[in-house]
Every structure is written in structure tokens, then in C-alpha cells.
Ligand binder design. Structure first.
Ligand code: LLP
Length: 422
């Protein structure tokens, strides 16, 4: 459920008409609903505790939506943060996420990032390879510290979803095999700079079938049991994120209750804290991208293009993954649906949001909303074509705030330097 609904013939976010935001802030603009973010987090937490898990750590995947106001909205409810860079650690801290709820994932952490995480005192550094374990050990020792680590396992399951976001197959770059994990865990317990506290996995994103997750988690359970049988303490099992969301025309993914029930079943009796790294399921349907139709361009062969003021640099998912986003006029006009290609102004054919989409009739100046854009939307935006970075707005009830303003062109130019020989 989300809080973007038609009221009196136009689309609102909670108690604010989207037209009002578009007029005040300009377009394109991302708009997030606090109530939806809060609802998604609480529904997941209640489902997990309802399935008998005690005190799960729900670490929101910051890469999905890294806006500090969004992070603070979730942190206030007790969310932690799953981060993959020093920048994301800094964002989580700025949002008020306590270090003991920060999980540091990622295959290529630099020494500098490791040092920053160790100094910060994050809950765990998810180690993705043997060389990385040695790097964490070395860096922590040089700081006179002992870093808490989890070993990230690649459970080698096929989770479906887009190949570009699948992470749990042996051919992917993420994590180590089960046998390697056992060996690394035992080695780590003898290292002065690390303390192995758990194991972690994440098998992919936009997963719409619980079976591969269940298969992976059952293997993870087996690993925890083997480690414990060897006398190695295991405090935490991190099961990653990945649960899919409905993108309108796709098969309904399993809901949080079914997901939690499956986890309750697979982990019953295992005496560890469970950690989760959900991104999309919390944020995707809590955000929309509002754009304006700049031109309606009809080609002689009959194709009709809606040329927007938003482009692939603002919402990359359709160009990158052929992703489907529901498109809704902010004030739908009456009339028979018309079939449009919806495109941006960037000079690439790939700057196409969709082809052959039947929509209510549109005119130049109309506003449209890309639904389900709260995850991997603004977070993946760029300035390609020297377009200004898209701003973000957070709605709460009848109120809204610009939580990342649109930069000015001067801001953009001020970041560059001309060498004195030019
Ligand atoms: N944990 C780790 C280690 C991850 O790599 C990811 C996502 C997550 C958690 C969160 O997964 P989620 O719950 O959001 O599925 N840009 C792509 C998605 C990339 C996902 C990368 N890893 C997209 O727009 O679909």
C-alpha cells in the first residue's frame, strides 16, 4: 500500500496535491511519502517479530535511497543501515543511525573506508573475500582495534530477476563459497585485528519467488550449525535484502508476512540475531518522479512521442534494466487512451522510458508521475548532458519539505577548475 492516490481528479501524495509541489519546486522532481516509508518499515518489522524472530536488525540498504531525510525517517523507527561506501556510512551517521546498527557490505572496500568503518565502530563489516579479510585485519590492527566481521557467502542459487542485479550465483563477484567461509571464519577467529561474529548473504534484487531465498537461507543455517559445532561462536546471521515489489504489471511478489513466515521456519531454534538489508521493498513504492510533458511529437509514420523534461539521467532504470514503471498523469484528462512512446531529452535512443504505452490523452505542459521510483531512482541520478541533479521532496501529512534542492547552474560550474595553463 502507498499514499499516492487520486483525489478530486488529481494525484496527491498524502495530504499534498502533486501539482502544488511541481509548481513550487519545478520539474523533474522526486517526491517521497513519509507515511509509506514508515508503513513499509513497520509492516516488515511486525511480520518478522510476529514470525518469532527476536530483535531483528533491519538495516535499510542506503544505496536504494540515500537521501538523509529519508534515512532519518527510517532511523527514527529503529532502522539500521546497510552501506557500501564511506559516503554511505557518513550519510547514515548524519541521519542519526547508531553505528551499532550499521552493516558495511561491498566487494571493494578500500583501506581508507575500512579504517573509517572501524573507527566508527559499525556493527559488522561483511567481508567478501580472503584478501579483504586480511585487509580488515591489517587496518584494524594498525588502529589498535579489533573489527567485528561477518563472512559473506555466495550461496550459488539462481534467484531470477534481471541478470544485471543477480548476486547469488557462483559466477558473480560477491562473497565466498561455503567451504571457503568455514575456513575463513576459523582463520579469522585467530586473527588479532578481527572478531568473526556472523555470516551474511544477499542473493539478488527484485526477487519475486521465495523458493530460491528459502534454499539459500537453509544452506546458511547449515553453515551456522557447522561453525557452532566446531566451537566457533556465531552471533548473527545476515540474510540480505532482495524481496521484490509490485511494479504494476508484474506478478505480485510475496508479501512481508509470507517472507517472514518462511524465515521463521528456516531459522527456528537457531540461536542467533537475524539481520536484513531491505532496500526496494521499503522505498520503491514510497516515491514518484514527477515530470512535465515538454512536447507531444507526432511522427508521420504514426508514432506519438511524449517528450518529457525528465531523462535517463534522472531515472536510469528503464534504460539500464528495461525496467517497467507505471506512468500516471497527475491530472488525467478524459478521453480514449492514446498509445505513446515516452522519452527524455537526452541525445541517445536509450533515453526512452517506455514504448507503446496506452495512457489517457496528454498535452504539452501536462504533469506525469513515474510510480515506484523511490528506490534506485534519485540514488542513481547523474548530471549527464549537464542536466542539473534532480531535487527531492519529502511529504509528511499536509506538509512537505525540499530535502535536496535543485542545484543552480552556477553550483554546477563552481565545482570545476581550469588549470592555469588554459
Ligand atoms: N544488500 C546488498 C549487499 C545489496 O547488494 C543490495 C542491493 C541490497 C542489500 C538491497 O537489495 P533490495 O532489497 O533493494 O533488493 N539498481 C538496481 C538494483 C541493484 C541492487 C543492488 N544490491 C535496480 O534499480 O533495480
Amino acid at each position: 500500500m502507498n499514499h499516492f492516490e487520486l483525489q478530486g481528479g488529481e494525484l496527491w501524495c498524502e495530504g499534498v496535491p502533486l501539482v502544488r509541489i511541481a509548481e513550487a519546486v519545478g520539474t523533474p522532481v522526486y517526491v517521497y511519502s513519509s507515511a509509506t516509508l514508515e508503513r513499509h518499515f513497520t509492516v516488515l518489522r511486525d511480520a518478522l517479530t510476529g514470525a518469532g524472530l527476536k530483535d531483528p536488525l533491519i538495516a535499510f540498504a542506503v544505496k536504494a535511497n540515500s537521501n538523509v531525510a529519508v534515512l532519518r525517517t527510517l532511523a527514527r523507527l529503529g532502522a539500521g543501515a546497510d552501506v557500501v561506501s564511506e559516503g554511505e556510512i557518513r550519510r547514515a551517521l548524519a541521519a542519526g543511525v547508531p553505528p551499532e546498527r550499521i552493516v558495511f557490505s561491498g566487494v571493494g572496500k578500500t583501506d581508507q573506508e575500512i579504517a573509517f568503518a572501524v573507527e566508527t565502530g559499525v556493527a559488522e563489516i561483511n567481508v567478501e573475500s580472503e584478501p579483504e579479510l586480511h585487509a580488515v585485519n591489517r587496518v584494524a590492527q594498525s588502529l589498535g582495534k579489533r573489527a567485528t566481521v561477518a563472512i559473506r557467502v555466495n550461496p550459488d542459487v539462481e534467484a531470477g530477476g534481471h541478470a544485471k542485479i543477480s548476486t547469488g550465483k557462483a559466477e558473480n563477484k560477491f562473497g565466498v563459497s561455503f567451504s571457503e567461509a568455514e575456513r575463513l571464519y576459523a582463520n579469522a577467529s585467530n586473527m588479532a585485528g578481527v572478531r568473526p561474529a556472523g555470516v551474511a548473504c544477499h542473493i539478488g534484487s527484485q526477487i519475486t519467488d521465495l523458493a530460491p531465498m528459502e534454499a539459500a537461507f537453509a544452506k546458511m543455517r547449515g553453515l551456522v550449525e557447522r561453525l557452532k559445532a566446531e566451537g566457533l561462536p556465531v552471533e548473527r546471521l545476515d540474510l540480505g535484502g532482495g524481496l521484490g515489489v509490485p511494479y504494476f504489471n508484474q506478478p505480485e511478489p510475496p508479501g512481508p508476512d509470507a517472507y517472514a513466515a518462511m524465515i521463521g521456519r528456516v531459522t527456528r531454534g537457531l540461536d542467533v540475531q537475524l539481520a536484513f538489508e531491505p532496500g526496494r521493498m521499503i522505498a520503491a513504492n514510497a516515491g514518484v518522479l514527477i515530470a512535465r510533458v515538454n512536447h507531444v511529437h507526432e511522427r508521420p509514420e504514426g508514432r506519438k512521442f511524449l517528450v518529457l523534461d525528465a531523462a535517463m539521467n534522472d531515472l536510469l532504470r528503464p534504460a539500464m534494466y528495461d525496467a517497467y514503471h507505471d506512468i500516471r498523469p497527475v491530472k488525467p484528462r478524459a478521453g480514449e487512451p492514446v498509445v505513446y512512446d515516452v522519452v527524455g531529452p537526452v541525445c541517445e535512443t536509450g533515453d526512452t522510458f517506455t514504448r507503446d504505452r496506452a495512457l489517457p490523452p496528454m498535452q504539452a505542459g501536462d504533469l506525469i508521475a513515474f510510480m515506484s521510483a523511490g528506490a534506485y531512482g534519485a540514488a542513481m541520478a547523474s548530471e549527464y548532458n549537464s542536466r542539473l541533479l534532480v531535487p527531492e521532496v519529502l511529504v509528511k501529512g499536509d506538509d512537505y519539505a525540499v530535502v535536496r534542492p535543485r542545484p543552480t547552474y552556477q553550483d554546477m560550474l563552481d565545482r570545476e577548475r581550469l588549470p592555469d595553463w588554459l
